[in-house]
Design a protein around this ligand. Structure first.
Ligand code: FES
Length: 129
């Protein structure tokens, strides 16, 4: 992806975030934050009773990169399984955000992914529903 297209896409997800706002009946609510800047995200998930993420949304306030990457991830994860979430690594975000942003803004880039993956580990161990 060329840099100009990438920046346009990031700004579009920041200004028009996908899946924004709480779900009506989430089965899971996750809170993530970056203590260095105070930015926060809430992620709402509706599970199907098994391993499938039926619906997912988010809200919060934060920098362009943290909000855009959360928006990307909610789009990707809707209809996916927790196992697919566990398999997701930084390569997915690197493809979307670009290597430079991943290096210079690691905490912003990975805020949502790390919040989700920490939950996925607990979910698979049966510690949360
Ligand atoms: Fe706070 Fe990016 S500056 S998450």
């Amino acid at each position: 992806m060329i840099e100009e297209e990438r920046m346009k896409m990031i700004m579009d997800h920041y200004e028009n975030p996908r899946n924004f706002g709480p779900l009506e009946n989430p089965t899971v609510i996750l809170r993530g934050g970056n203590p260095n800047c105070g930015d926060e995200i809430n992620i709402y998930i509706h599970m199907d009773g098994g391993n499938l993420i039926e619906d997912i949304s988010f809200d919060g306030a934060g920098c362009t990169i943290s909000q855009a990457s959360t928006s990307f991830l909610t789009e990707f994860l809707k209809g996916k399984t927790v196992s697919q979430l566990e398999e997701l690594d930084s390569d997915y975000l690197r493809e979307l955000l670009g290597k430079d942003i991943m290096i210079t803004r690691p905490k912003c880039s990975r805020l949502a992914l790390e919040t989700l993956k920490a939950w996925a580990r607990c979910f698979q161990m049966g510690k949360t529903s």
